[in-house]
Design a protein. Structure first.
Length: 115
């Protein structure tokens, strides 16, 4: 099983990034996919979730209206489009696959929002 995040980097406030998470080794379409983030010295928090059917999403209040989660089951990939980025969005972003009692995690990708 692998979840590999990509797309992180340094961006100025107000800018955009798109994170990708490529999955392999499990039936991707059957899993709920989630993005979490963890700022340095703080707890990990859930940012966005998309359910296996792909039609239902949910967001943390802090990113609602700025971030969009989507998935492509044909490519076994989940995305996080991040717009209007703020310095407080700076964190390591992790991809997570969840189904019943099974949890898979990626290694994380750093997003830094700074001028």
């Amino acid at each position: 099983v692998q979840l590999v995040e990509s797309g992180g980097g340094l961006v100025q406030p107000g800018g955009s990034l798109r994170l990708s998470c490529a999955a392999s080794g499990f039936t991707f379409s059957s899993y709920t996919m989630r993005w979490y983030r963890q700022p340095t010295g703080k707890e990990r928090e859930q940012v966005a979730v998309i359910f296996s059917g792909g039609g239902t999403t949910n967001y943390a209040d802090s990113v609602k209206g700025r971030f969009t989660i989507s998935r492509d089951n044909a490519k076994n990939t989940v995305y996080l489009q991040m717009n209007s980025l703020k310095p407080e969005d700076t964190a390591v972003y992790y991809c997570n696959a969840y189904r019943f009692w099974t949890d898979y995690w990626g290694q994380g990708t750093q997003v830094t929002v700074s001028s």
